[in-house]
Design a binder for this molecule. Structure first.
Ligand SMILES: [Zn+2]
Length: 394
């Protein structure tokens, strides 16, 4: 660990200093550097007095950066690698005695900070909610049971989250009692944090709420969030809410759109009991979804999604774990002859003079993934989708 004095907002990848925010959320721009840094092991964040090592992970075709396990809480609070969830970790294990943790740190055995964004997307993928096949149906009841099954195989902080996640079921009068019992069982296990106690519970004890946002209303010092099919309101303090609005930009923008829309916003919240037994979220991530709970980032994607569903196509939505959708296709047709077909669209704001070179680049990337490619350049009209292979009648 080197001592360089700090430069908040910068990280160093294989000797080159770059913007922390840009590298965290637009990793596709830094692939060459990341490939080198992965070999040399030289990737560090400069937001604290001591370089904080960053980990480089591969997801799909893309390398991306993350805080070193158990060190997310050591980053400056304004740093994109900071996560308050890591407050309850034993940093001495990783850093040695030379660095005194800033502020009190509550030792814990296996508390690993959880990237909620990652968790939400992993659950979506595990539940297959980014896929569609002709003839499928999917309402919240089905989506919920698929998500619950996916949560059984998902770990956070060293233990499975299945027992620690509550996904509101579709309410019905005849199931009222069992729904209520299940909620009370979850509620009674929630960690309670008293006003004086600034320590977060261990991540292995954190509890999660997952559902479609029904409403967000302002209250003193924050907002109250309510999920569909559930009556409880969850308090989120102003500073956390600002962070959510910043990091979950698409979800947040969508929440502000009041008109009828076929898209909605999914939230995953880390919850605990605050004073007066009210539900308090200590972290939250939002994800915008279109019809059938298939992730869709903006209106043009909603239109493409609607057409795919209308035409009864088989397709999937690549999930962008790194919050940037840059090199991913918007959707991928899985029913075209011989090869899959990536569907890419450019929005109305895309610079016209760059469309050709951009399209060629997409073609190359698609081809390296063994796929054909199809484009829709807005505001031009959406052309016909590539035809599906004839389905075997036998
Ligand atoms: Zn940092």
């Amino acid at each position: 660990m080197q001592n360089h004095g700090k430069h908040i907002g910068l990280i160093r990848i294989d000797g080159v200093e770059v913007s922390a925010v840009d590298a965290r959320y637009r990793p596709s721009n830094y692939q060459t550097l990341l490939v080198r840094a992965r070999k040399s092991g030289r990737a560090a964040c400069l937001c604290s007095d001591h370089d904080l090592r960053l980990s480089i992970k591969k997801r799909g075709d893309l390398l991306h950066l993350a805080a070193w396990p158990d060190q997310a809480a050591l980053h400056d609070e304004s740093c994109p690698f900071y996560s308050g969830l890591g407050r309850a970790v034993d940093v001495s294990r990783n850093l040695g005695a030379e660095v005194a943790p800033q502020g009190a740190v509550h030792p814990a055995k296996s508390a690993i900070p959880v990237d909620l964004w990652d968790m939400l997307h992993s659950l979506w993928k595990g539940a297959g909610l980014n896929k569609w096949n002709p003839g499928w149906r999917r309402d919240w009841g089905l989506a919920r049971s698929l998500l619950q099954r996916a949560s059984a195989g998902h770990e956070a902080g060293g233990s499975a989250i299945a027992e620690r996640i509550y996904i509101p079921p579709v309410f019905s009068q005849d199931k009222k009692q069992s729904i209520n019992d299940e909620w009370m069982a979850f509620y009674s296990r929630l960690p309670r944090v008293s006003a004086q106690d600034r320590f977060r519970p261990q991540m292995s004890e954190s509890s999660f709420l997952l559902g479609v946002v029904a409403s967000v209303e302002p209250c003193s010092r924050g907002v109250l969030i309510r999920l569909q099919h559930h009556y409880a309101k969850i308090f989120l303090s102003s500073d956390y809410f600002e962070r959510v609005a910043r990091l979950s930009r698409r979800g947040w923008t969508q929440l502000q759109i009041t008109q009828q829309s076929k898209s909605s916003v999914v939230a995953i919240l880390v919850v605990e009991l605050g004073v007066d037994d009210r539900l308090v979220a200590t972290d939250c991530v939002l994800m915008r979804v279109g019809q059938r709970f298939i992730p869709s980032n903006f209106e043009a994607e909603d239109l493409l999604l609607a057409k795919l569903l209308e035409e009864g196509r088989a397709f999937e939505r690549p999930l962008s774990f790194a919050q940037s959708h840059k090199q991913c296709a918007n959707f991928v047709l899985t029913d075209t002859p011989a090869r899959k077909t990536e569907l890419h669209l450019t929005g109305g704001g895309f610079p016209v003079h760059r469309i050709d070179s951009w399209s060629r680049e997409r073609e190359q990337i698609a081809s390296s993934r063994g796929c054909n490619v199809w484009f829709w350049h807005k505001p031009g009209p959406m052309g016909d989708l590539p035809a599906a292979s004839k389905r075997d009648a036998s």
